[in-house]
Design a binder for this molecule. Sequence first.
Ligand SMILES: NC(=O)c1ccc[n+]([C@@H]2O[C@H](COP(=O)([O-])OP(=O)(O)OC[C@H]3O[C@@H](n4cnc5c(N)ncnc54)[C@H](OP(=O)(O)O)[C@@H]3O)[C@@H](O)[C@H]2O)c1
Length: 183
Amino acid sequence: MTSTSTRTVYVTATSLDGFIATEEHSLDWLLSRRLDDDSPWSHDRFMAGVGSLVMGRSTFDWIERHRAQSGDPWFYEQPTFVLTHRELVAPEGADVRATCADVTEVHRELVEAADGADVWVVGGGGVAADVAAAGLLDEVVVSIAPVTLGSGAPLLDGPLELELLDSGVNGEMLCARYAVRRP
Ligand SMILES: NC(=O)c1ccc[n+]([C@@H]2O[C@H](COP(=O)([O-])OP(=O)(O)OC[C@H]3O[C@@H](n4cnc5c(N)ncnc54)[C@H](OP(=O)(O)O)[C@@H]3O)[C@@H](O)[C@H]2O)c1
């Protein structure tokens, strides 16, 4: 565990063949799925326990493209760290912090910002793999959509040994929660 109460959790939706977006960064295959708001695996229920977030630049850019089309406000109230080597304009009123610091340092800041709640590793798969390689990832939670994509952004860019803790269903999605096994 990363602290007595904070867990660092990679939570994502994936295709059955292990991609979290198409090559073109499309999530149409995911956004069309039927979900159950009352499921124990619902996004709202998970978000209630999240104190801070970390995501890569492509994920941030996807959210900003989506917001530009939909007019939605920034999605998250919690401090959000965006890993990037490039300048970033934070959405108005949002606590968005761009960083290219070492993953261990970023994680220290994430745990501090989470204030006892959980750290959500949003993705992509490279960020999740970096956190895991630093020995800082506690859990992986996947919602598997009934679709294969053939190619795209990988679920996790590295080897990880996992232990199944729980499983269930959210609408069309098959869900699983795993503990990360440490050597
Ligand atoms: N299915 C889902 O639930 C789900 C969840 C999350 C994301 N997604 C989607 O999956 C796709 C993921 O894209 P992706 O594979 O390109 O991953 P990503 O992690 O979103 O973005 C990768 C980029 O982040 C920056 N970055 C990553 N690690 C860094 C570090 N340690 N220091 C500094 N910068 C760092 C780099 O950008 P620069 O060097 O160019 O700044 C890198 O090219 C996106 O389309 C996203 O929307 C889907």
